[in-house]
Design a protein. Structure first.
Ligand code: XMP
Length: 517
């Protein structure tokens, strides 16, 4: 396995994903992690991430000397390379010409890191790579024992290596997809230089998770809240495989789910996978709680609190349960732990609806804690979950509660469900569902005029939202074909009672958030 020491780069998670994609297990820890921990970790290689600091400023982060005493290969990326250079006696300066964006590096010296990896060759036959640069400082003089292995026009030392000690530094970012050969470079480091095998496959991840679940819960009973989302679904499938009928799931139908979602959850888990699922139909209770409330944050809080109440009441009727399973995934862990300097971390606390209070006195089992979303999906498929469920767009915890603007009513929820279903059905039919990251309908409680037969009718408006994004932090509105939007609009006004008008949201994020509330 590989240890990634985080100096606070916004790309550190991407490094971990690239290493995992190479089939190698890795973990991210802060650059100033306890030296003892670093030693015990048993890494076959260490990657030092980039970071926002300037190496030549006073008192900036350095790698602990233990990192260089373990005699394992090291790869420093951007700041990571600069700190290596500084710590080994080289010199780092502020570049007069900062490089942000694409650059072409020329490779030298047959280093194992780049062997047979190239995008182009120049007229002299040298290999060239298209890479992504983002730095203000650069290494200006080599530390003793190091050689140059790549250069750009503005950074003559764009990559350096001490081939005897297997220490490498790259000024560019192999972890971002703009660096076309980045995945191969990271795989090369992990496999050829560190000697890690390609073992982190879905089947192995599952076996490993099952062993750990056995070790943790023994013969105890486990409880899980099933939401209809991917993470809790994969936890359910995994626990079923690990402990069979010692798993009990509670599925709270809050009346704010998508059309038919409750039945689908029951069909998949109770019927298909044979999981014991207690379905609680709590629509009336949620709508009661929400009656008359129109403040979005208050709605979110009420939905979260009501969920906890309902869940606890159900759990109280079960006996002999000691464990609560949760679908926490690795990005949640990294974000909330604030690994590294915490500079690049944005904590979306309001998104974590469904956290349970401590007084339940259940011990936690979180079998997805080390996995990224794409790994969760891959093991979901391997565990036999339906593709539609595994690749479903994300759905917020408060559900339609934040897609019905203002006061939530059953009529609005029923109207919205039908409109949303039509939109999604047409997207799938046009083969565009997987091209967008999230698509849904929003209920606008404003009366707009429409003509039905010979009568003017004043009725609510439906807005459609579809976005393209990888990280959900920024997003582009999806440029869906007019014919598709036309079809969706016609179907909604014809098939859904009491909708006068359909509009399409063309706001990017920022400034518009993805949800409307
Ligand atoms: P925004 O609207 O902030 O959404 O651009 C970014 C992503 O987060 C989801 N989202 C939520 N998820 N509870 C959740 O579980 C919430 O309260 C919540 N609000 C937004 C949103 O669907 C999108 O995927």
């Amino acid at each position: 396995r590989i240890l990634i020491l985080d100096f606070g780069s916004q790309y550190t998670q991407l490094i971990a994903r690239r290493v995992r994609e190479a089939g190698v297990y890795c973990e991210i820890h802060p650059y100033d992690a306890d030296p003892h921990f670093i030693q015990q970790f048993g890494a076959k290689g260490i990657i030092l991430s980039g970071g926002p600091q300037s190496v030549h400023a006073i008192a900036t982060p350095r790698a602990h000397s233990i990192v260089f005493e373990l005699n394992v290969p090291i790869l420093g990326i951007c700041y990571g390379m600069q700190t290596i250079a500084a710590q080994f006696g080289g010199r780092v300066i502020s570049a007069t010409h900062r490089e942000y964006g694409y650059a072409q590096v020329q490779l030298f010296g047959h280093s194992p890191l780049f062997r047979a990896i190239e995008d182009h060759t120049n007229s002299a036959g040298d290999a060239l790579l298209d890479v992504w640069m983002s730095h203000g400082d650069r290494v200006d003089s080599l530390p003793p024992g190091f050689q140059v292995i790549a250069a750009t026009a503005h950074a003559p030392l764009a990559a350096i290596a001490d081939l005897n000690r297997h220490i490498y530094g790259v000024q560019f970012h192999p972890e971002v997809t703009h660096t076309r050969q980045g995945q191969r470079i990271i795989a090369r480091f992990c496999h050829d230089i560190c000697g890690c095998g390609d073992l982190w496959t879905p089947a192995n991840i599952i076996d490993d998770a099952i062993d750990r679940i056995h070790a943790r819960v023994g013969n105890d009973q486990v409880l899980l809240g099933l939401s209809g989302g991917v993470d809790s679904a994969v936890v359910a499938a995994l626990l079923t495989r690990a402990i069979g009928d010692r798993l009990t799931c509670i599925f709270v139908d809050n009346g704010l789910l998508r059309l038919g979602e409750g039945d689908q959850v029951m069909a998949t888990f109770a019927q298909h996978l044979g999981v014991r699922v207690i379905r609680v139909n709590a629509e009336a209770r949620f709508l009661d709680q929400l009656a008359g409330i129109d403040d979005p944050e208050q709605k979110r809080k009420l939905i979260g609190a009501t969920f906890i109440d309902v869940f606890e009441e159900q759990a109280a009727q079960l006996t002999d349960i000691h464990w609560l399973a949760q679908g926490t995934i690795y990005p949640d862990v990294i974000e909330s732990a604030g690994a590294g300097t915490g500079k690049a971390k944005v904590i979306k606390s309001h998104h974590n609806v469904g956290g349970l209070p401590e007084h339940m006195q259940l011990k936690l089992v979180e079998p997805l804690r080390e996995l990224f979303k794409d790994e969760v999906r891959r093991i979901g498929i391997e565990l036999g979950l339906p593709t539609d469920l595994v690749y479903r767009h994300p759905f917020p915890g408060p559900g339609l509660g934040v897609r019905i603007l203002g006061k939530v009513t059953k009529t609005a929820a029923d109207t919205l469900r039908l409109a949303d279903q039509i939109f999604i059905e047409e997207l799938r039919r046009a083969d565009l569902y997987d091209q967008v990251a999230q698509a849904f309908a929003v209920f606008l409680p404003v009366n707009s005029v429409g003509v039905v037969g010979d009568n003017r009718q004043y009725a609510p408006v439906i807005a459609l939202r579809a976005v393209e994004t990888l990280d959900f932090m920024t997003a582009r509105w999806a440029h869906l074909p007019y014919e598709l939007l036309d079809r969706v609009c016609r179907r909604i006004v014809n098939e859904v009672p009491n909708v006068s008008r359909v509009v399409y949201d063309i706001t990017g994020k920022p400034p518009g958030t993805i949800e409307w509330e």
